[in-house]
Design a binder for this molecule. Structure first.
Ligand code: SF4
Length: 251
């Protein structure tokens, strides 16, 4: 896969393009699976709790990504103009139709303002990463693995009885993301009971890019020869230029 570069606006703004190839591939997979698209409506958000709610196994209706089924989770950022709506895409079945544990993917695409400088870009990415793990829908216990990039969700019988749906949970996520400064539009894509083989490698790649990006934006030393991010910087066009610009260093 070819990764497109970060480009610099004439005024020095940082234009985020590095995730766009992964975004294109993810959207292609969702379309191929016949994703159902719903426009975000804040009045349809599912209720949230203050912290992660414990759903005991005996109280669970099913697990998304449970029983060893595949699961994947990643978040991409773009400044692409075509992302001008807030939408929930569901590829596969809605929660009310699920009879047992199924595979599960959740991908978030954030359209942001063009960042003015490294500091605002760094702060925005940090806030987005925080939000990723701090949405707590009622009766929807999320367990994440930062090493395998999986996300498993135990959904309570009571929540199913009360009408929980991915459209409503997706709306809750969108509401929280839209509160992050710089985020203009959000698209959340759920993959339910689908083959995730093509998406799983994206999560690792997105994580590598995000780590390298935060390293760069944090103003850390520019010694490529001793940097753990070298592999991703060699692969993603524009990363090195971004870190080494104005420093007169040889790449
Ligand atoms: S440009 Fe060099 S120093 Fe900066 S993150 Fe990439 S490999 Fe590391």
């Amino acid at each position: 896969m070819c990764y497109r570069p970060i480009r610099f606006h004439a005024k020095g703004q940082i234009v985020m393009k590095i995730y766009d190839s992964i975004i294109d591939q993810t959207i292609g997979a969702a379309k191929a699976a016949g994703a159902n698209v719903t426009r975000y409506n804040p009045s349809l958000c599912w209720p949230e709790t203050d912290r992660s709610e414990l759903v005991m196994q005996r109280d669970a209706a099913f697990e998304l990504g449970g029983s060893g089924k595949a699961s994947v989770n990643y978040t991409c950022v773009t400044t692409e103009d075509s992302f001008d709506q807030d939408e929930i895409w569901i590829s596969g079945t809605e929660l009310k139709e699920i009879k047992g544990d199924v595979s599960f993917g959740r991908v978030v695409i954030l359209k942001t303002d063009e960042f003015e400088n490294d500091e605002t870009a760094f702060a925005a990415i940090r806030d987005m990463e925080f939000t990723r793990y701090h949405v707590f829908p009622k009766g929807y216990m999320v367990r994440v693995s930062s090493t395998s990039f999986e996300e498993r969700v135990r959904v309570s019988k009571e929540a199913v009885k009360e009408g929980i749906s991915l459209s409503k949970v997706g709306a809750s996520y969108i509401k929280r993301y839209k509160a992050v400064p710089g985020v203009k539009n959000v698209r959340i894509i759920f993959f339910v009971d689908q083959n995730l083989d093509a998406l799983v490698p994206n999560a690792k790649k997105v994580d590598e890019i995000t780590k390298a990006l935060t390293h760069i934006l944090d103003g850390l030393p520019t010694d490529c020869g001793h940097c753990s991010m070298k592999k991703v910087c060699d692969e993603v066009e524009g990363m090195k230029e971004m870190h080494l610009r104005d420093r007169g260093r040889k790449m």
